[in-house]
Design a protein around this ligand. Sequence first.
Ligand code: F0G
Length: 453
Amino acid sequence: MPAYSSSQPAINFRFRCIACGDLSDHASQDFRCAHCGDLLEISYPRGSEAKPDAEGLKSTWRNRRLSNDAIDLSGVWRFRELLPALKDEQSIITLREGNAPLYDLPRCARITGVPRLFAKHQGMNPTGSFKDCGMTVAATFARSAGFRWVACASTGNTSASMAAYAARGGMRSLVLVPEGKISWSKLSQALDYGAVTCQLRTDFDGCLCLLQELVLRAPMYQLNSINPFRLEGQKMLALELLEQLGWQPPDHIIVPGGNLGNSSAIGKALREMRELNLIPRLPKLSVIQAEGANALVRTIREADGKRLVSVQPETRATAIRIGNPASWKKALAVIETTGGTCEQVSEVEIAQAKAEIGAEGLGCEPASAVTLAGLKKLVTQKFVRPDETVVLVLTGNLLKDPDYTIEFHRGDLLPATADSTAAAALNHLRRPPIVLDAALDAVIRTLEQAEQS
Ligand code: F0G
């Protein structure tokens, strides 16, 4: 069964291979080009049809915020003119995804010396991560193509999201995760939403390889970000962000990089918004990776972006513990087109940045905190100037990985560092729980000590 065929009437898109440019109405179940095997993206050939009017689109999207229809309450489908057309608008599977707040970050702004600093907090999505924006689209098209089963390989968030949307849509789901390398919180979500959950004795890259073979043998619809429908949904982060900024592009958008689907999706959205004159210029999109999972950084530095330099990944930011990112070519193209960059950050830098975002009253998971850690480096390198506007994409909720946070505050997360400045900075941020007798004096003494610290 083809994973999707776009040849029915009223369908407004085609599959385009990112390498050989082949255009097709069909995609096979591994979502790879039938000619050269590279990844596909969804393209919207316009032919002689006039470009939609930018101001008209903006006002349609704004007006839909007054509607109570499920399709308009979704922060993804509200922008449906930039999505593959649905045969039936009632068929969407939605949990009211998107609608993610844009917060200012006054403390982090002081730390980095960039006063106009914002966080687009995708961790406020229904299952706690940005994956929901892609999942509503891909799960909807999976069901409309007649699939009963969906499947993914995951470092945790994709599986949580997929399991939820499959359950809402009456489909079964199969999750492949690396054993012992994902947070229990994310695993518990997949279990609760009824997924068949397999913990494989390998890493994420091993799980993804196996999945790619499985979908060619069994009638399963794969919901990894190789699936181009996922990226169409994830594009909407950028539309919503630009709407929140009154369609004035920020100078920089900074995103964590794992399998590199999200940076590819945001970049595609920026490109399409520019083509439709929704924005006057492109923001620079930069990707930040953990030093221990830095395949894209090494691909650029060691191979000039010509071939993927895979790595054996190791980082406590388990969401981005990926050594062989599938969408590296797409992400590289986005960095080049927008004039962005790619940087890596250490485990100490990630932990510090995560605690600093926590101290804003927002919190995020470790993989999201690489953005703030990366921004500090980009400021030092003068790639980001203090007078520029910067948006950090926080991809996951604080509650996604409580073990990391607790270990950090207890001082058990990282081996002792020889760098005394770094050690002092980390100590200053730690707030370990304090066990006391249930006595008023003891609590007052603790308060007095806290006042002086
Ligand atoms: N941040 C979080 C919280 C993630 O869960 C992921 C990826 C990323 C960043 C990186 O995004 O892969 O699009 O570059 N998580 C995937 C998963 C791989 O299976 O949940 P990316």
